[in-house]
Design a protein around this ligand. Structure first.
Ligand SMILES: Nc1ncnc2c1ncn2[C@@H]1O[C@H](COP(=O)(O)OP(=O)(O)OP(=O)(O)O)[C@@H](O)[C@H]1O
Length: 212
């Protein structure tokens, strides 16, 4: 994917209510390759905002406002048709699949040479030769890199990141920040990052919204 082909993610008057109270209101435009960081105290609604954009906000909440990606209003589509890639604090690799199987899982059906794509992706993050490994035998940092490549191979149109570095130690955290944000920029993907860590926001380099 090429950065110049990326799409803009727009949150227009997004408002989320819980138990009759407005949790948050957000207006934002995220350019291709840009990361918007959302910060705020626990309970201010950061994860709920991501759930609304991704399409799995719990029915306890009521929400309004539009979410545009390119020319489409994502709210018209079910979660699985929104083209949103997710990265959480846990890599959430499938334990019953090898590392290569996890990467192949992310590849769209139309991709013909899956083996080559997987080999190439692993090589790009220093994991050449890891395709047959059981994910449980990988370090936390290695698992995080597999999760990132699975996300990118799935060809998302936009990416949501929820505390993606919080379980990594300081050195790995810095490495993963530059890897993740560098890759998103290269791919021209707009991204929403939820974090408590100002260093994440600095590394992301984009605008910051403070909730609550
Ligand atoms: N499924 C749910 N049903 C009812 N209330 C919920 C549900 N999920 C979250 N909440 C409540 O909604 C509010 C916002 O939660 P949310 O997880 O979005 O906050 P957050 O800013 O991401 O918090 P944290 O930083 O602790 O992860 C909180 O008061 C939380 O208790």
């Amino acid at each position: 994917m090429n950065g110049s082909n990326g799409e803009t993610l727009t949150l227009s008057q997004v408002s989320i209510h819980l138990a009759g109270r407005e949790l948050l209101r957000v207006n934002a435009t995220i350019a291709p390759g840009e990361v918007l960081t959302v910060m705020g105290p626990s309970g201010s609604g950061k994860s709920s905002l991501l759930a609304y954009v991704a399409g799995f906000l719990d029915s306890e909440f009521s929400a309004s406002g539009d979410v545009w990606l390119g020319g489409c209003n994502l709210l018209d589509r079910p979660a699985e048709q929104r083209g949103i890639g997710l990265l959480f604090q846990d890599p959430l690799l499938f334990p019953h699949l090898s590392v290569g199987g996890n990467l192949r899982f992310g590849l769209p059906r139309r991709v013909k040479d899956k083996r080559q794509q997987v080999t190439q992706a692993l090589g790009q993050v220093g994991l050449a030769g890891f395709a047959e490994r059981d994910p449980a035998t990988l370090s936390g940092g290695q698992q995080a890199r597999v999760a990132l490549m699975r996300l990118l191979l799935s060809g998302p149109r936009a990416v949501l990141l929820d505390e993606p570095f919080s379980k990594l130690d300081t050195v790995l955290r810095q490495e993963m920040r530059s890897l993740v944000f560098g890759r998103l920029r290269e791919a021209g993907l707009p991204a929403l990052l939820v974090t408590h860590d100002h260093a994440d926001a600095d590394a992301a380099g984009g605008p910051v919204i403070e909730l609550g």
